[in-house]
Design a protein around this ligand. Structure first.
Ligand code: PHE
Length: 339
């Protein structure tokens, strides 16, 4: 009987089927009910006790051999191997390409307009200290104007806060650069405001600063007029209204003439036809001095605008929350936009 097992082992080792069917009949002839292994196990009963161990091992070896043989041959005849081979040269499926966020599109446009008249870009931290966000900007502790900018403080330390404007970046820039200075500071700012269609606790600003000898208010006005025409069209008209900011004197708010053609124009301009787009003014001499710039020799102007506000006007978006929800149905609409 051992020699029978031996010869079966040799057969199994040399077995090389050419079809799925051949492999299946091989499986049945060994592992099937009437197969070799069943009959070997049956005749095992007649083997004398002292030889049982040797026979048992030999039969089990044969069984394992058959099983590994079958599982190694099976993949050769599986569906995947018999079907058509994949076409490795097939072009990939077009995955949808993302689009730039409307806030970055508008931010880039604002930057490129000011780049063209010599402004460079500077960045600073979003987590600021009190001095850069307030004190240096002529807002000493307990100054009532601090309430204008509802501030988020970081934990319980009143000296650490989320910047409420990017004027803090300009303070840093003035400290480490000498006039002439012409810089833009775009970035995210935070204010503790109730979230609604018109306001959010975070938004984006671009602020600008120009410091040199003999910079005047008329330089500011011409620069802003140039900006408004580039941004909103060459027939755009602007007007400046007196305003108050602690860091500029005199200060103004700038409106563009939007018109009163459509019904919605009445709503967004409150019936006046004019829309506020930014705040500006001549840098207060105290601010220059705080930042180590001689206010007798130098003067400068500054301005700041909210990017969301401008994007909402340009695209006719009436809910600021849409910018932060990242709903692709909203964002997709800007995929081909090139301002
Ligand atoms: N920092 C002001 C704000 O955030 C904007 C501003 C900048 C106004 C520069 C005047 C001059 O509201």
């Amino acid at each position: 009987m051992l020699s029978k097992i031996d010869s079966l082992v040799k057969k199994v080792e040399g077995f090389s089927p050419s079809s799925k069917e051949e492999l299946e009949s091989f499986r049945l002839s060994y592992l099937g009910k009437k197969g070799h292994l069943t009959s070997l196990f049956n005749s095992f009963k007649e083997v004398p006790n002292e030889q049982k161990k040797e026979f048992g091992l030999a039969i089990n070896n044969l069984k394992n051999l058959v099983q590994t043989k079958i599982s190694s041959l099976k993949p050769l005849f599986s569906e995947n191997n018999t079907g058509p081979k994949p076409d490795l040269f097939k072009p990939v499926k077009n995955s949808s390409i993302g689009s730039r966020h409307p806030i970055s599109i508008v931010e880039q446009k604002i930057i490129s307009i000011f780049n063209s008249i010599g402004f460079s870009v500077s960045h600073g931290p979003e987590i600021e200290d009190d001095w850069h966000n307030f004190t240096a900007l002529n807002l000493p502790e307990d100054h009532p104007a601090r309430d204008m900018q509802d501030t988020f403080f970081v934990q319980t330390n009143p000296d650490v806060l989320l910047r409420t404007h990017t004027s803090s970046v300009q303070v840093r820039h003035m400290q480490s650069n000498k006039p002439p200075i012409r810089t833009l500071s775009p970035g995210r700012v935070y204010r503790n405001e109730a979230i609604s269609a018109r306001a959010h606790c975070l938004f984006h600003q671009v602020e600008g600063l120009y410091i040199d000898e003999k910079v005047s208010f008329s330089d500011l006005k011409q620069t802003l007029l140039y900006f408004a025409k580039e941004m909103f069209g060459k027939n755009t008209k602007i007007r400046l209204r007196p305003s108050y900011f602690p860091f500029t004197e005199p200060s103004a708010e700038v409106d563009i003439y939007w018109g009163l053609e459509k019904e919605s124009d009445y709503r967004i301009t409150k019936g006046t036809g004019w829309l506020e787009i930014l705040g500006c003014g001549m840098v207060d001499p105290n601010v220059l001095e705080n930042c180590g710039i001689d206010s007798k020799k130098y003067s400068g102007y500054a301005f700041g605008m909210g990017i969301e506000r401008i994007a909402m006007l340009l695209y006719g978006i009436d809910d600021i929350r849409l910018f932060y929800e990242n709903d692709v149905r909203f964002l997709k609409q800007f995929s081909s936009t090139n301002l």
